[in-house]
Design a protein around this ligand. Structure first.
Ligand SMILES: CC(C)(COP(=O)(O)OP(=O)(O)OC[C@H]1O[C@@H](n2cnc3c(N)ncnc32)[C@H](O)[C@@H]1OP(=O)(O)O)[C@@H](O)C(=O)NCCC(=O)NCCS
Length: 266
């Protein structure tokens, strides 16, 4: 099997989206809307920050991708450091897993970050971090542990780290640990990320559910990238839904919907 890894460019952005699109989602309008949002986000990032995604091809078909950004370019992570790369996600198509494609993608990023590269112009990259938080449809943290990422005492959303040049960190990260915090408010607020093409699909599901349980409840959506003020205030560092001021993570689907219902009807 021939495997080729390419950086994202204006020409192959749709391949990055195709890797994560299962056949059954293709005709769902809210999913297609999410595709447009992620496409725009990837292109904008490419034009302003640099190539923040790698795609694997086998026989010219895109089958895997890894997506990342220097942490200091992510507006909802308040950091002064300029030497950290954040990996948003890694994904390999189901029928091609366990063939080393994920390992090759990750190794390609590690190798690139060890050298001078366009994402780190002022300081070299010293550490790669990713979230230690599992969510529905997001099962990658244990994979990064398998690949020698260590759990740290930092915020869970940067809670797995791989140091490029040292075995022990000299200092922790400067991201506040606690969060997301509870606030006083009525209604539903969905904090979502353009980095995931399922975002609009999930938001629509939540809106529909809320409308069935308690019609006329106010539901807003906050984009973590373009509206970071409220995420920073609440210490929201990954997608989350607030219902009447309480953050409800999406860990277990049954519990998620049940908690939303209970909170709405309280
Ligand atoms: C994690 C993932 C990228 C691995 O890709 P891959 O090409 O199959 O990985 P490799 O072939 O390099 O590695 C296979 C090894 O990883 C292990 N592995 C795969 N997925 C794992 C996981 N989620 N947790 C722990 N170990 C995992 C396999 O058991 C195998 O172990 P072995 O080498 O000891 O036999 C792939 O399984 C995937 O895409 N999973 C979904 C990830 C996800 O939820 N992403 C976010 C959604 S946007």
């Amino acid at each position: 099997m021939s495997v080729e890894i390419c950086g994202l460019s204006e020409d192959n952005v749709d391949d990055a989206l195709a890797v994560c699109t299962p056949e059954k989602m293709r005709d769902i309008p809210s999913y297609n809307e999410g595709l447009k949002v992620r496409r725009e986000w990837l292109l904008q990032l490419y034009r302003t920050v640099g190539p923040c995604c790698k795609i694997t091809y086998t026989e010219n078909v895109p089958v895997g991708m890894i997506q990342y950004t220097p942490l200091h370019h992510i507006p909802y992570f308040p950091t002064k450091r300029k030497d950290i790369l954040y990996v948003h996600c890694i994904y390999v198509k189901k029928d091609l897993r366990e063939k080393g494609i994920g390992s090759k993608l990750l190794q390609a990023v590690i190798d690139e970050m060890k050298k001078p590269n366009p994402l780190f112009k002022t300081e070299p990259c010293r550490v790669i971090v990713t979230t230690a938080r599992e969510r529905v449809g997001f099962k990658q943290p244990s994979y990064f542990v398998l690949k020698s990422f260590s759990r740290t005492a930092d915020n869970i959303d940067v809670g797995l780290a791989y140091w490029l040049f040292e075995t022990k960190p000299k200092q922790g990260l400067d991201i506040p640990v606690s969060g997301p915090i509870q606030v006083v408010e009525q209604g539903v607020r969905i904090f979502s990320s353009p980095a995931c093409q399922y975002r609009t699909f999930w938001s629509e599901k939540i809106r529909k559910f809320v409308d069935e349980v308690k019609p006329n409840t106010k539901v807003d959506e906050v984009n973590l990238w373009t509206q970071p003020e409220e995420p920073l205030r609440r210490r929201v560092t990954s997608p989350v839904t607030y219902v009447n001021g309480m953050p409800i993570p999406l860990l277990d689907p049954d519990k998620f919907w049940e908690t939303i219902r209970t909170k709405l009807l309280a």
